[in-house]
Ligand binder design. Structure first.
Ligand code: NAI
Ligand SMILES: NCC(=O)COP(=O)(O)O
Length: 327
């Protein structure tokens, strides 16, 4: 593939058409115009009424679309989109949009993938989607065994080791292999995509007070510390296991480039509390760039012109930056 010839156009999957995804695409285009070209892959009939659309056949065509029109690669869906009422009949279309975005990047026709939010249960109910989310699905599409979810803003980067599993299953799912792979992918992803050659990685404990010397749980002693010791011996810059409750205040954050957390909410609550409107979800470990806004489908406000596009705009900017086509 001739990398120099890849058009600087981000391929955006539509997400659940009954959520705020269509509105976000229109608002992001209005905010960014031609300065950050992207193409939305979905059903034009799902866009907000009156949205100015330019249908294109290839991402490169987006480069000549006027800034007040949304470049769209049309994809037909089985059903109309009723705001706030997700329809499992559209699940196959939602997945096809992700597949198309990834294929375009892998074929060298687009620079990066930015996904708009999906509702996992709707995809499972409607299309037997076998993945807990994009992160795992994109690993399968990219042909890698494991990918890592990272939430990033100007103030904070966070990685959950376990992701979309019940809390009760977290201790058993936390294996030395999973922790080690996650740390390695995080370090290499920050080096390759963010220019941080030797990232300072803070690692949370699982239990209150990081186990309080074994009195409040033993995962820190039996599992986390040995993995950290092994990787430190290889030269990785790791601190921890740290008590999670004191890792996220401003002074603590200044001491690391990324915090690796043991479960979903330990990682996502700090960033959503601090930076809900500007957080970006990035997948590390893929052979292509993927970003996403940090929030979900927001069915409760879909179709009401209330969606804030800031996180999507940040996701598009980061996708362009990571793929070398944006500043
Ligand atoms: N990347 C993805 O595909 C993600 C998908 N989800 C999915 O989204 C669905 C809904 O999840 P929730 O937990 O309700 O989270 P949510 O993020 O969709 O909504 C939480 C609250 O924040 C508000 N909100 C979210 N984004 C907003 C925006 N851009 N502007 C204004 N208000 C906004 C919503 O109206 C709601 O009150 C679930 O099915 C979940 O699986 C959740 C997170 C990420
Ligand atoms: N809570 C984050 C989330 O649901 C996003 O997951 P993914 O679809 O990016 O894997």
């Amino acid at each position: 593939m001739n990398v120099a010839a890849v058009p600087p156009v981000v391929a955006v999957s539509c997400g659940d058409p009954s959520g705020i995804g269509p509105e976000l695409a229109v608002k992001a285009r209005a905010a960014l115009g031609p300065s950050l070209p992207f193409v939305w892959i979905g059903d034009p009939a799902h866009l907000p009424h009156g949205a100015a659309v330019a249908e294109v056949t290839r991402p490169a065509d987006a480069l000549s679309v006027p800034g007040d029109h949304l470049p769209v690669m049309p994809l037909s869906f089985a059903a109309p989109a009723r705001p706030g009422k997700p329809d499992p009949a559209n699940a196959a279309g939602v997945i096809a949009s992700i597949d198309r975005a990834v294929a375009l990047v892998r074929q060298g026709e687009a620079s990066a993938v930015c996904t708009l939010p999906i509702a996992k249960k709707v995809l499972q109910d409607g299309a037997g989607f076998a993945y807990p989310g994009h992160t795992e699905y994109l690993a399968a599409l990219g042909g890698v065994e494991r990918s890592v979810m990272m939430l990033a803003s100007d103030r904070l980067r966070l990685v959950p080791v376990t992701i979309h599993i019940p809390l009760a299953e977290v201790p058993a799912a936390l294996t030395p292999e999973l922790l080690e792979d996650t740390l390695r992918i995080t370090a290499s992803g920050l080096a390759a995509r963010f220019g941080i050659a030797r990232p300072r990685i803070a690692v949370a404990g699982l239990n209150p007070h990081a186990g309080e010397g074994g009195k409040m749980g033993r995962e820190e002693i039996d599992l986390i510390a040995p993995v950290l010791d092994r990787l430190r011996a290889e030269g990785m810059d790791l601190t921890g296991p740290l008590p999670a409750d004191t890792m996220f205040h401003a002074a603590a954050r200044a001491g690391y480039d990324v915090a690796v957390c043991m479960y979903h909410d330990q990682a996502l609550i700090p960033i959503k509390a601090l930076d809900f409107d500007r957080g970006v979800n990035v997948t590390l470990g893929l052979p292509f760039v993927r970003t996403s806004p940090d929030h979900g489908t927001a069915f409760d406000i879909a179709g009401q012109d209330r969606a804030n596009p800031s996180s999507t705009i940040e996701a598009l900017k980061l996708a362009a930056r990571m793929s070398g086509s944006g500043s």
